[in-house]
Each structure stands twice: as structure tokens, then as C-alpha cells.
Design a protein around this ligand. Structure first.
Ligand code: EPZ
Length: 427
């Protein structure tokens, strides 16, 4: 089991080019099943969740191979509609295969992991949306982990009870082969959904409105199976959460960072928060510069919300930086039920944090001290790396496998900015 060894207290300084987005690559990889063809996905991050999704696609009959950061998916021979149970892992994005397999072959079976460290993660909205579109869904297995769907989307209007990112993406894909046209209302408007739309249009589908709360999908009916195989080249969008994580690392260490390949409009609330904390932010085109004072002040009250609000995937990182900011910070996590998983570890490092339900109250302390801490989930783990960079002394972060799910070479990126971090393997 690998761990990170970090010597803290060094301000991060330098430039970093943001990589491709995990939360865009995963649905787009699933979407390669919707249209038979050879799909070249550029700027695809080399992370564990992508490698697991690759195995799932191979199990369905697709061929995949890498050319540096381009993942090529040949989905012409996809012939299976059951995602093998043994590939059921904490990676939750197998659920996207429901929509894409329904579009391709009119049936789909996946096995889903139960809840994860940040919450129950049900898929009731996916299932009810599919049923409203005329799809038959059967949930079975001791824990309801087996989900089988079949039928053809009849089209119509579905209103989501909550702007779920995954449910929006799944229903879009399921509706592609619909006999009728589909309108999905109260959709999530995350930029990654617009990225999925860009890829689907390249595949010849008619999808409109992604990035807003209402999406229109023209049902292609049974013509999908008669579509000639496609050859597509698509550039996956930048990872705004990776960018936000580096911004928080620079802010927390009193550093100075230039991020390249990131549109500032994707991070408005994150940039507003670090500015409230006293950092100077200069943004133009696809470059963001953050200059942080030696000691930050509290960002005040921050509530996580669906896009364009403050992203839940950056809440653990902000909470960590707030532990040494001057004053009192209140963070309310409105998206997931238990996303303060790293609180205990931060308190071991000297933080002053009280949580009550959705709220975390953080009283800024002068400094954190290095400790041995354990990552329990992806973003909480990244936040503990930030804590180690900010702390005085040495910090060991175990459970790096959680971090590998969503960050490519996080330690390497931090080293290019002058941070002292090494990846080690337990004997
Ligand atoms: C996506 O997860 C992201 N993952 C998450 O990123 C992100 O935190 C989340 O959207 C919110 O932005 C990917 O895109 C692969 P949701 P998703 O459906 O689709 C509840 C990361 O760290 N809900 O918008 O699962 C759900 O439990 C990951 O990169 C239902 O109750 O998120 C949650 O409380 C973490 N029933 C809330 O809605 C459903 O059927 C938002 O979930 C679906 C969701």
C-alpha cells in the first residue's frame, strides 16, 4: 500500500497545466458505446477510475489502447450488455453504462457498489427517469445491487426531482435511441454535461441545452443500429476540480501559482472564496494566477451547491485551508451526507473543527503540525495532502489509492511547484 511523505511549510510557487477532467472522461467513455466506431479521446486523464472504466468497456467487447494521453476506444464490436459483477468497485460511474447500453442495444445490466464514504449515493432518480421514459427496470440482488433495464425510450418529458449530474447524463444517453424526442427538466448544468453533449454531437446525435436546466434529445429510433461506424476525435475538457485543488494548495501554503489550460468561468465561486480569504486572483483567457498572503483570513460562510455554486468536490480542500485561516469559517455541505471524512485527521494535526449535521465550524489556528493520517476517500485524501503541505514538520498520508482514483501524479505536480512530497510503498 502506497503512502505520501510530505515535509510541510514550503510555499508552492510555479506553473501547472491542468489535465483532462475525470468527471467528463468517465461519461464520455461510456458514451463511446452509444455509437459504434473508433473514438479518439484526447487529454484523457490516466487515473484509476478511467482504467476501471476501460476494463468495463473491454468486458463489453470494446477494444481500447492509449497513445500518451489519448485513449482510443473501438466500440464497433460491443456485443455484451451486462457489466461483470467483478468490476463492481467503489468507482460509481458504471451506472453510466445503463444509458449508453440502452441506446446501443436496448438492454443493460450493471452491478452497483453500495454507498461510499461520502454518502449513500442511491440511483433512484436514474431509475425513475428511465421508467418515465418507458424503460423497464428491475432491481435485484441482496442489496439491490443488480440493476437490469430493457426497452426503447418512448420519449416525453422527465422532470428530475434534483439536478443530479449522473442522472442527467444517464437519461441523455438512454434517450438517444428513443422512438420519440425527450425533454429533461431540472437538469444538472455542470460543464462536464456540456462536454458530453459535445462528444455526442460529434457522434451524430442531436442533443441541445446541456449546461442549462433543460435538455432536448432528438430520438434517433432504431436508426442507431444502422448508423455506419464513426471515427471521432474529441478533446476532453479541463478538470476544474484538479485546478481548484492546486489553487487551494497554493493558497494554503502562502504560495504563488499560475494555472494554464483552465477557463476561469468554470471556477467562479472557488476564486471568489480564495479572494475573500485575502489571495489576489488574476484571470484571463485560460490562465489563472493566484497570489496568496502568508496567512489567510476566513472565507466566512460557504455552502456547496450544484453548478455554478461552490462545488462539493472542492469542499474538503477549502475546509482544510480554512483550518489555519484567521477567524471563524462555516461550511455547509448540501450535496452529500457525509463529506467531512477528513475532519478527524485534521484535528489530529491541530485543527479546531466542530461538525453538526451538514455544517462544519472551523476556528482558525496559527498552524497545523505534521502527523500520520489516512485518506478515506478521493477529495478528503487530496485535502489531507494539502494539510501536510501546510503543516509544520512531516506528514504521512496513507490510503493513496483513494487519491489515485481522481488525480494523475498529484505528487509529481506538487513537486514541480516546489513542494516536498514523495510517494513511498509499504514493504
Ligand atoms: C457527480 O456524481 C460527480 N461524479 C461527483 O464527483 C460530484 O461530486 C457530483 O456529481 C456532484 O457534483 C462524476 O461525475 C463521475 P449527483 P453523481 O447525482 O452524479 C443524490 C468526485 O469527487 N442522488 O449529482 O453521483 C446523491 O446521493 C465525485 O469527483 C440521489 O439521491 O452526483 C447526492 O447526494 C464525487 N439519487 C446528490 O444527489 C440519485 O438517483 C448529488 O448527486 C442520484 C443522486
Amino acid at each position: 500500500m502506497d503512502y505520501y511523505e510530505i515535509e510541510g511549510g514550503i510555499p508552492l510557487r510555479g506553473e501547472y497545466r491542468v489535465k483532462g477532467a475525470k468527471n467528463s472522461a468517465l461519461p464520455i467513455m461510456a458514451a463511446t458505446v452509444c455509437r459504434a466506431g473508433v473514438h479518439e479521446l484526447y487529454d484523457c486523464p490516466r487515473i484509476e477510475d478511467v482504467f476501471i472504466m476501460e476494463k468495463i468497456l473491454q468486458a463489453l467487447g470494446a477494444r481500447t489502447y492509449w497513445q500518451d494521453h489519448c485513449l482510443v476506444v473501438d466500440s464497433r464490436n460491443v456485443c455484451e450488455s451486462v457489466v461483470p459483477a467483478e468490476l463492481m468497485t467503489e468507482m460509481r460511474s458504471s451506472v453510466f453504462l445503463l444509458g449508453s447500453l440502452l441506446a446501443r442495444c436496448g438492454e443493460a445490466t450493471i452491478y452497483r457498489p453500495g454507498g461510499c464514504n461520502i454518502g449513500k449515493r442511491p440511483i433512484d432518480m436514474h431509475i425513475s427517469g428511465l421508467q418515465q421514459l418507458g424503460i423497464e427496470v428491475e432491481v435485484s440482488g441482496e442489496y439491490g445491487e443488480k440493476v437490469s433495464c430493457c426497452g426503447v425510450c418512448r420519449g416525453g418529458t422527465v422532470t428530475l426531482p434534483y439536478p443530479s449530474v449522473g442522472a442527467t447524463e444517464n437519461l441523455i444517453m438512454a434517450a438517444l435511441s428513443g422512438d420519440g424526442d425527450t425533454i429533461i427538466e431540472n437538469c444538472a448544468s455542470e460543464p462536464e454535461i456540456a462536454d458530453l453533449q459535445g462528444f455526442l454531437r460529434l457522434c451524430g446525435f442531436q442533443v441541445y441545452g446541456c449546461g442549462t436546466d433543460t435538455v432536448f434529445i432528438k430520438g434517433s429510433g432504431s436508426t442507431i443500429s444502422r448508423m455506419p461506424s464513426a471515427e471521432t476525435m474529441y478533446f476532453i475538457m479541463e478538470d476544474r476540480i484538479e485546478a481548484a485543488t492546486y489553487i487551494m494548495a497554493a493558497a494554503g501554503t502562502g504560495g504563488r501559482l499560475v494555472l494554464r489550460g483552465i477557463r476561469p468561468e468554470l471556477l467562479k465561486e472557488v476564486l471568489r472564496a480564495v479572494e475573500r480569504m485575502g489571495a489576489a486572483v488574476h484571470a484571463s483567457g485560460d490562465i489563472i494566477e493566484v497570489i496568496s498572503p502568508r496567512r489567510l483570513r476566513s472565507p466566512g460562510i460557504v455552502v456547496t451547491e450544484p453548478f455554478p455554486g461552490f462545488p462539493t468536490d472542492c469542499q474538503p480542500q477549502l475546509l482544510t485551508v480554512s483550518t489555519v485561516a484567521r477567524g471563524l469559517t462555516t461550511i455547509r455541505e448540501e450535496i452529500f451526507e457525509s463529506r467531512f471524512t477528513h475532519k478527524k485527521e485534521l484535528i489530529k494535526m491541530g485543527a479546531n473543527i466542530e461538525t453538526c449535521g451538514k455544517n462544519a465550524i472551523i476556528k482558525g489556528v496559527p498552524f497545523l503540525h505534521g502527523e500520520k493520517v489516512e485518506a478515506l476517500d478521493l477529495r478528503g485524501g487530496a485535502a489531507l495532502v494539502l494539510a501536510g503541505l501546510m503543516a509544520e514538520g512531516r506528514t504521512t498520508v496513507t490510503g493513496v489509492r483513494h487519491i489515485d482514483r481522481g488525480y494523475e501524479d498529484l505528487d509529481k505536480g506538487i513537486r514541480t511547484l516546489g513542494g516536498l512530497i514523495e510517494r513511498r510503498t509499504c514493504d
